[in-house]
Design a protein around this ligand. Structure first.
Ligand SMILES: [Zn+2]
Ligand SMILES: [Zn+2]
Length: 340
């Protein structure tokens, strides 16, 4: 399959954007490109179809996860003559035992922990044929039960897995219609996951046995990758201090110079009173102890919390009254005299 990221011109760096930003970026790239390639405007229809596919897959978190972690596939045989035409007789396609889905949570949910219902596509063995892909197995006529075929390419002998029986040496005389001879059926499943507090982005929860059924009663794992969405106010201070939060506030010049009292929100939605000292510099950081996320080790959440840094920036006015202008002129005179 073509690289859907390439089709939309998405760079490796853009691939790791938070989901909301990623989707926004996909939409805007798609919009721009689809205008150029729309068949009504003389664009190429194939190219346009590719764009649509890329947009549909990448803008849907579930589809994107499946695209990023495709089921394992047999090596292709394209380009060699004489091996086609046996599709309906094919036996079981191998399925990746593990399923990876990504799950978006808010920063508040990350702080408190939460429970969520996760829907995903799961492959199970077909009941009609017990996962065999059909019934009445017999020796594969293409490879004579060897599971591979040999042929010469110049002086080199090439042994390839037999496409007809996919290496098993056997094929089904009566293919199963219920599963199209794949031996598998996909169904939508859902499960409730408990997300403990302070599980950061890229953490993975593994639910044993929640994956695909690869042999009777044998299931792979469901891997749930946590993605903490970008927050309007707070962000994680740094990779080194992931449990510390950071927020920026803007103050007007007199407040920075004279100092003032302000309130800022915390992650629990409470208002905290803070004191801005006189002569606060642009970009100054105030530290509020214990207002971050709960610390945690790999296995347990602790009672202590990280800190919150409030970064203070001066807000420049976009308009000014006459009397404000007068006061500022006087101030300028005084400050110039002081400097002289
Ligand atoms: Zn064969
Ligand atoms: Zn079947």
């Amino acid at each position: 399959m073509a690289d859907l990221y390439k089709i939309l011109g998405i760079t490796d760096k853009e691939k790791s954007l938070p989901p909301k930003d990623f989707n926004k970026m996909v939409k805007s790239k798609y919009r721009k490109l689809s205008m150029t390639h729309h068949p009504d405007k003389g664009g190429d229809a194939d190219k346009f179809a590719e764009l649509n596919e890329a947009n549909e897959t990448l803008s849907n978190p579930e589809k994107r996860a499946q695209y990023d972690n495709p089921p394992r596939q047999q090596a292709g045989f394209g380009g060699f003559g004489g091996f086609g035409g046996f599709g309906s007789m094919r036996q079981q396609t191998s399925v990746n035992p593990h399923i990876t889905v990504s799950l978006d949570i808010t920063l508040e949910e990350c702080f408190n922990g939460t429970e969520m219902n996760v829907g995903y596509r799961q492959s199970t063995l077909c009941e009609d044929c017990n996962g065999e892909g059909g019934s009445n197995p017999s020796t594969c006529s293409e490879c004579g039960g060897q599971g591979h075929v040999r042929f010469m390419m110049g002086n080199t002998e090439v042994a390839m897995e037999c496409r007809t029986c996919e290496g098993s040496g056997q094929m089904n005389v009566d293919p199963c219609n219920a599963c199209n001879s794949t031996g598998h059926k996909a169904k939508t499943t859902n499960t409730t996951v408990t997300i403990p507090p302070s599980l950061l982005s890229s953490s993975t929860l593994v639910s044993r046995g929640g994956g695909n059924e690869i042999a009777k009663g044998q299931f792979g794992d469901l891997r749930i990758k946590i993605v903490v969405a970008k927050h309007e106010i707070f962000e994680n201070e740094s990779h080194h201090q992931p449990f510390n939060l950071l927020q920026e506030i803007e103050l007007i010049y007199p407040e920075m110079v004279l100092g003032c009292q302000k309130t800022v929100p915390n992650i629990e939605g409470k208002s905290l009173k803070i004191t801005i000292p006189p002569l606060t510099q642009n970009g100054a950081k105030l530290r509020l102890k214990g207002q971050g996320l709960f610390h945690r080790s790999a296995s347990e959440v602790k009672k202590t919390r990280g800190d919150m840094t409030v970064e203070v920036w001066v807000k420049m006015p976009t308009e000014m009254s006459e009397s404000e202008g007068e006061v500022l002129h006087q101030l300028l005179d005084k400050m110039e005299k002081k400097e002289a």
